[in-house]
Design a protein. Structure first.
Length: 121
């Protein structure tokens, strides 16, 4: 029997998190939610199969959380941002790259496509 992938959602918008959680669970993913990046540091010791991180999430910010995760793991990361294209360009300029970028407002179809793509070995 195949293991169900776990997705970590890091976002302080409870409405958006609830929508994403419902969507991902409907697609048969396990979901862990984190309201802020400080709590999401748990991912360093307790990694998920994929993290979906809001770039502007306080208190550390999504980019700092990403750096902390990358220091210990190669867990795939997808960023959510109103400025997804700029974020992608910024990360590439630093030599870092996420597995995907979700522009805001979100498209449910795009979210599922990016999640599935990021989880393919």
């Amino acid at each position: 029997m195949q293991r169900t992938p776990t997705i970590a959602l890091v976002n302080n918008d409870s409405c958006l998190t609830a929508r994403l959680q419902t969507l991902l669970k409907r697609e048969q993913f396990q979901v862990r939610t984190y309201v802020n990046t400080f709590d999401a540091l748990d991912l360093i010791e307790n990694p998920a199969d994929l993290a979906v991180i809001d770039k502007t999430n306080p208190p550390l910010g999504g980019l700092e959380l990403y750096r902390c995760i990358r220091a210990r793991h190669q867990m795939p990361v997808i960023f959510m941002s109103a400025w997804a294209e700029e974020l992608e360009h910024t990360l590439r300029g630093t030599g870092m790259e996420a597995q995907g970028y979700i522009p805001m407002p979100i498209s449910q179809t795009a979210v599922i496509a990016l999640v599935r793509k990021a989880l393919i070995p």
